[in-house]
Design a binder for this molecule. Structure first.
Ligand SMILES: *Cc1c(COP(=O)(O)O)cnc(C)c1O
Length: 460
C-alpha cells in the first residue's frame, strides 16, 4: 500500500485532539492539521520521506504550531543596553498612574468626543489641551500620533505649495526614516536650503524670503552636534525676522522637555516654554522622548495657527487614540509637582540615577550572577556610560555601572551565541557587546528579582 493512502484524515486527527480544539477552536486546529498533512504529502511525493509520522507526532506538531502562532511576538524585554530612551525597545516606560488610566479607558466607553454637558459632539483634544497650555504657557495645543506627524501636519497646513527656508546645518535624519527634506516634500512644501553646514547667518534667511515663503523653520539637531567654526541664528533672531515679514516661525524641538534638566545635573536641552518665549509661533515635540510619556506628537503655539492645524483634514488621519490621551494626561499631571517628578516618572528616575546607586545594585547581583554563569563565563562589575537615547543629547553620556560578562572561551562566535542565549530567555535580557564582553548596563534595571529569575534559567 502506498504511503500516501496511509496519510491520516483531518477528521481522524481532530477526533483525537479534543483538548486542542477546546483551546484553539475547531477552525484553527483543522487548518493546522490540513497544512501538516499537505506538507507531509509533498515530502512523500518528492521522496524526501519514506515513512509517515505517527498520529501522536501529528498532534504534537500541531500543538506546537498553534502555540507559536498564537503567542504575540511583542514581548516584554529587559533593557540593559544603557540607552534609556531606546526607540527600538519602545522608548519611555510609563508610570503606574498612566498605565491605570490606559486600562480604564480601554475597558470602557468614554466621553472621548462627547460633551457631557450639552449632550453634543465634543473634541478629543479638549481632554488634554488645557493641561498642556497650563504647563507650556502656549495659547493652544493639539495632539497627533508622533512628532513626525506633528511636523508633517504643521508644514502641510501652513506651508503647502509654498517655500520654507531651513539651515543646511539642520537637515536632520532621525532613526533612518524621518528626514527633514523628505518630510517637507511629502507635506507639499518646497525646502529652500540656506547657509552652510557649519554656519548660517541672519542674512541667509532674509535673502531667502520671497512672497512665496510660508514660514521660517528651525529644527533642533537632536542627534548630532556641529562643533568648531560654527554659527547659527538664535530662536529670538529668527522669530524677529519672520515676524518682520509677517510669517510664522516654527520650531521642531524633537525631544523637547518641559523642565530644565540641568537641575538634576543632566545636560542642557531647550524647554518648550523657553522656545515659545523666544518667539516661536508653533513648537512640535515628542511625547515619548524626554517627556517620558506615551508615543504622540504635541503641537503647541498660537491659537490661530493651531486652529488651522486642527481643521486640516489630514488631522483625522494622524489623530491619537483615547489610550494615548489618558496616559499623557497622567504623565503631564506629574509635571505640576516638579519636586516629586524624579521619583514618579520612570524616564527621569533612570536618567538621574547616580552611578553609586547603580554600582551598589551591581554589587548585590554580582555573586549570584557569577555563580549561575560560572560554567560559561566570568562576571565582573565595570564602569560604563549610559546614553539618553532617542536622538536626544547624543554627545552627553551618563556615568554608570554594568555587569560585564566574558565567556570562558575567547571567540566571537561564543560571545554572539551567549548574547543570543540571553536574548532568547522568556524575558529577553538585552545588553550590548563591547570589547569581547557582554555589557549589562544596570541604569534602567528596575527589578533585581526579574533579572535574577532570568539569569537562574541560564545556570547549568
Ligand atoms: C525624534 C525627532 C523627530 C521624530 O519624532 P517621533 O516622535 O519619533 O516621530 C522629529 N524631529 C526631531 C528633531 C526629532 O528629534
Amino acid at each position: 500500500m502506498s504511503l500516501l493512502s496511509q496519510l491520516p484524515s483531518v477528521d481522524s486527527l481532530l477526533l483525537r485532539s479534543k483538548d486542542l480544539v477546546r483551546s484553539y477552536g475547531h477552525q484553527e486546529v483543522s487548518k493546522t492539521f490540513r497544512n501538516l498533512i499537505s506538507g507531509v504529502r509533498e515530502e512523500v511525493i518528492e521522496k524526501k520521506m519514506n515513512s509517515l509520522p505517527t498520529i501522536e507526532s501529528f498532534i504534537s506538531l500541531a500543538s506546537k504550531t498553534l502555540k507559536e502562532n498564537q503567542t504575540s511576538s511583542l514581548k516584554k524585554v529587559i533593557n540593559l543596553t544603557g540607552t534609556v530612551l531606546h526607540t527600538n525597545l519602545g522608548r519611555a516606560e510609563l508610570p503606574q498612574c498612566a498605565i491605570d488610566a490606559i486600562a480604564m479607558v480601554a475597558a470602557n466607553y468614554t466621553n472621548l468626543e462627547f460633551n457631557i454637558e450639552t449632550g453634543k459632539r465634543g473634541d478629543r483634544d479638549k481632554h488634554i489641551e488645557s493641561l498642556i497650555i497650563d504647563i507650556t504657557g502656549a495659547e493652544a495645543a493639539t495632539l497627533v500620533n508622533n512628532n513626525a506627524a506633528a511636523v508633517l501636519l504643521t508644514l502641510n497646513t501652513l506651508a503647502r505649495g509654498k517655500q520654507v527656508p531651513v539651515s543646511r546645518g539642520e537637515l536632520v535624519e532621525i532613526g533612518g526614516s524621518f528626514r527633514i527634506p523628505e518630510v517637507m516634500q511629502r507635506s507639499g512644501c518646497e525646502l529652500i536650503e540656506v547657509g552652510a553646514t557649519n554656519r548660517t547667518h541672519e542674512k541667509d534667511y532674509t535673502n531667502a524670503i520671497t512672497d512665496q515663503t510660508a514660514l521660517l523653520m528651525k529644527v533642533h539637531t537632536s542627534n548630532y552636534e556641529i562643533k568648531g567654526f560654527t554659527s547659527g541664528v538664535s530662536d529670538s533672531q529668527l522669530a524677529a525676522i519672520a515676524h518682520k515679514h509677517q510669517i510664522p516661525f516654527i520650531t521642531d524641538l524633537g525631544s523637547g522637555t518641559l523642565i530644565d534638566l540641568q537641575q538634576w545635573g543632566l545636560p542642557f536641552e531647550p524647554t518648550v516654554q523657553a522656545t515659545l518665549q523666544s518667539g516661536a509661533d508653533i513648537v512640535t515635540f515628542s511625547g515619548d522622548k524626554l517627556l517620558g510619556g506615551p508615543q504622540c506628537g504635541i503641537i503647541v503655539g498660537k491659537k490661530e495657527l493651531i486652529n488651522l492645524i486642527k481643521n486640516n483634514p489630514m488631522k483625522r488621519a494622524l489623530r491619537v487614540n483615547k489610550m494615548t490621551i489618558a496616559a499623557l494626561f497622567e504623565v503631564l499631571k506629574l509635571y505640576l509637582d516638579p519636586d516629586s517628578l524624579k521619583e514618579k516618572l520612570p524616564t527621569l528616575r533612570y536618567l538621574t540615577r547616580s552611578k553609586d546607586e547603580i554600582k551598589a545594585l551591581a554589587s548585590t547581583l554580582l555573586k549570584e550572577v557569577s555563580l549561575s554563569l560560572d560554567y560559561i563565563a566570568k562576571v565582573e562589575i565595570l564602569p560604563c556610560e549610559s546614553q539618553i537615547g532617542s536622538g536626544s543629547l547624543p554627545t552627553d553620556l551618563l556615568p554608570s555601572y554594568a555587569l560585564a560578562i566574558t565567556p570562558n572561551v575567547n571567540s566571537d562566535h561564543v560571545l554572539t551565541n551567549l548574547a543570543k542565549q540571553f536574548r532568547t530567555l522568556p524575558q529577553a535580557l538585552i545588553g550590548r557587546i563591547s570589547d569581547g564582553k557582554i555589557i549589562f548596563d544596570l541604569r534602567t534595571l528596575e527589578s533585581k528579582d526579574t533579572f535574577l529569575k532570568q539569569i537562574r534559567l541560564m545556570s547549568k
